[in-house]
Design a protein around this ligand. Sequence first.
Ligand SMILES: [Zn+2]
Length: 424
Amino acid sequence: MRRFTPFILGSICLHAGMFALVAFSPEKWLLALAILFANHAAIGVAGLLPRSRLLGPNLVHLPDEAANRAEVALTFDDGPDPEVTPKVLEILGRHGVRATFFCIGERAAAHPEICREIVSSGHEIENHGQRHRNHLAFSGVAGWMREVGEGQKTIEAITGRRPEFYRALAGLRNPFLDPVLQKLGIRLASWTRRGYDTRCSDSEAVLSRLTKGLKAGDILLLHDGHGARSETGDPVVLEVLPRLLSELEKRNLKPVSLGTALRQRHADRARIMMFPDHDWIASRIPHKANMCLLDRVIGWNETQIFCRAKSHRFPDNPLRQEGMLGITTGIEYAAQAMAVHGALLAGNEESPAAGYLTSVRNVRWKRSRLDDLDGEIEVRAERLSGNELNILYSFGVSFGEEMLIEGRASVMLDASSAKLEKNS
Ligand SMILES: [Zn+2]
């Protein structure tokens, strides 16, 4: 279902109304023409105002959450430029700052290595169109589709990531752009303030345009391509950027990329998921009372998990026998790490399928007990092979550099519950 803004809907109705008027009262054609002319003038003006939202959704500042975190988005247009972009990256890197680069498709294709450097330095590349030509504001749907769609493909082919934002050339657009963006599933992003660093050679003036009235939540527009030069012949942006960054620091504003500002909420959740603590683990693995052995996850990916534990020291550890924690209880620690791994792979929201150890093989150990180790032990499990129901892990429990117990274990997931899930 296509969404139109009230302004566009009103314009469509106005056209229908004027055609009806002329059909019934042909002598009023001049009036109808004048009204339509005024309407088109309004649409034209709406398309010329970069920050207008009359033609469709348009990101002109960051959401409140980002502003509350004192974030300001840094964006650079018209690159990559083989001379300027690497220097911009160096300045950003020196300040530990991430930014968003709206690249032109043709330039990205000419300098893919710079694009890869932008991404590998932690910044984002978004779409500034394939060709960046001025007549775009007169394009129809097909013209916009070529410009924005090809830009998407070019950038994705180089970076492996599909851009989420399109920025219109100088903010210029017309009513045919928004349907194209909806179809491609990307958002229009403009800016709150810009320094006009493409035509102003006075870096003082550029800096003051960017910083005057600057507040949290603003999106700043600079250029690493097509930039003006100062009197000394240096690109203005390279004179402005370091001063802008220290000005932001002085005002306690945090420069970020657009993606960081908009995705922060998800990132917070991902962090919790990345390193679950004891409570998270306890709520997701099958265990008897007081039997959650692991304290936290220190790292994991698709195939491996690393956990830490200190419960081997606890006098009330339920695995103790005759006051001692035998070395083979290390297998129990490893089994819990495997269960946590399954829960993490299943996603934070779902509870994992119930599972149990079916066999343990090739077990080797170097000492007889765990409870006398003074400090945290590390528990590792690595998925070697398996399918939805049966998984083979290798595991190891270590203390510092010392391997305590290691081996292989098969985990059988509960077939009945897995089947039920599949059928529902
Ligand atoms: Zn541009």
